[in-house]
Design a protein around this ligand. Structure first.
Ligand SMILES: CC(C)(COP(=O)(O)OP(=O)(O)OC[C@H]1O[C@@H](n2cnc3c(N)ncnc32)[C@H](O)[C@@H]1OP(=O)(O)O)[C@@H](O)C(=O)NCCC(=O)NCCS
Length: 144
C-alpha cells in the first residue's frame, strides 16, 4: 500500500492489552555526540522497569544479580516516547527473572512505533542484611 508523501510508514504497534510499567522520554543530555541515546541510559531504565514487578513479587527489596541478555535492536532518539513492558518469566527460591521489551513512538502524530530493545534480567530478593531472602509464597501475596 502506498503511504501519503508526508507520512513515515508505521512499523509495529504497542502490545495490545498490556500496560507499560514505565514511560520515559530521553532528553538531549541522554544522547551521545551523534545525537543517539546512550545504551547505558537505556540499560538503566530497563533495570528500573524490570525491578518493578520483581519488587512486587518479592514483597520488598531486590538486587539485580544478572543481565542475562540485552539486545539493542533499533536506535533510540532524543524525543522518542519510550514504553517499557516487563513480565516475570521465572521464579526460583530467591530469584525472579524478568523479560523487558521497549518500544519507541518516534512520531506520535504519525503513530510510528518501533521495538528498540529487549532484555532479560534476574533479581534476587534481599533482606535488610543485603543477603538473599526466600521469596514469599504467591498465595501469601494474594491474601494480603
Ligand atoms: C544479589 C546478592 C545478594 C545475591 O547473593 P549471592 O550469594 O551471590 O546469591 P546466590 O549465589 O545465593 O544466588 C541467589 C539466586 O541468584 C541466582 N543466580 C546466581 N547467579 C546468577 C546468574 N549469573 N544468573 C542468574 N541467576 C543467578 C541463583 O540461582 C539463586 O537463585 P534461586 O535462589 O532462585 O535458586 C549478591 O550477589 C549481591 O549483593 N550482588 C550485587 C547486587 C548489586 O549491587 N546489583 C546492582 C548492580 S551493581
Amino acid at each position: 500500500m502506498t503511504q501519503p508523501e508526508n507520512q513515515t510508514p508505521s512499523t509495529t504497534r504497542l502490545p495490545e492489552g498490556k500496560m507499560p510499567v514505565l514511560r520515559m522520554m530521553p532528553a538531549p543530555s541522554d544522547a551521545n555526540v551523534y545525537g543517539d541515546v546512550f545504551g547505558g541510559w537505556i540499560m538503566a531504565q530497563v533495570d528500573v522497569a524490570g525491578s518493578l514487578p520483581a519488587v512486587r513479587r518479592a514483597n520488598g527489596r531486590v538486587a539485580t544479580i544478572a543481565v542475562n541478555s540485552f539486545l539493542f535492536k533499533n536506535p533510540v532518539f532524543v524525543g522518542d516516547l519510550l514504553s517499557f513492558y516487563a513480565d516475570i518469566v521465572k521464579v526460583g527460591n530467591t530469584s525472579i527473572t524478568v523479560y523487558v521489551e521497549v518500544y519507541a513512538e518516534r512520531n506520535r502524530l504519525q503513530t510510528n512505533v518501533v521495538k528498540v530493545t529487549e532484555a532479560t534480567l534476574t533479581y534476587v530478593a534481599t533482606g535488610a542484611d543485603r543477603k538473599p531472602r526466600q521469596l514469599p509464597p504467591l498465595e501469601a501475596l494474594i491474601a494480603e
